[in-house]
Design a protein around this ligand. Structure first.
Ligand SMILES: [Zn+2]
Length: 117
């Protein structure tokens, strides 16, 4: 996050004045706050994307294990298979949603603040 040039308090991207000391927020400060906010959002969706990818991968492993060890696991094998399939779908959906959101945010950041409002 960007900070107020007067009192160093954190400032919101939308703020025209510092909420702590009342100093007017300059355009460059507001831009810096907006960029920092966008970067933070991109970081969050990237984490979501990675988490979804991990869920998807682990689910595939679970599916593979349930098939390979179906003789040993017996009934458990079917449960593992169902969990694996559900997990793979959930993981994939999370990756798609976070990936889409990430590309939108990245585009917005590239175009810059002036054109996005
Ligand atoms: Zn201030």
């Amino acid at each position: 996050m960007a900070n107020c040039s007067q009192c160093k308090a954190q400032i919101d991207a939308e703020a025209a004045y510092c909420s702590k000391c009342g100093a007017q927020i300059t355009t460059s400060q507001a831009d810096a706050a907006w960029i920092a906010g966008m970067q933070e959002e991109i970081k969050q969706v990237t984490t979501g994307e990675n988490t979804g990818g991990s869920i998807f991968f682990l689910s595939l492993v679970l599916i593979a294990l349930s098939i390979i060890f179906s003789d040993i696991l017996e009934n458990l094998s079917q449960i593992f298979l169902v969990i694996g399939v559900i997990g793979a779908i959930v993981g994939l959906v999370v990756v798609i949603i976070c990936g889409t959101k990430k590309s939108q945010l990245t585009d917005q950041l590239k175009r810059g603040q002036k054109n996005s409002r």
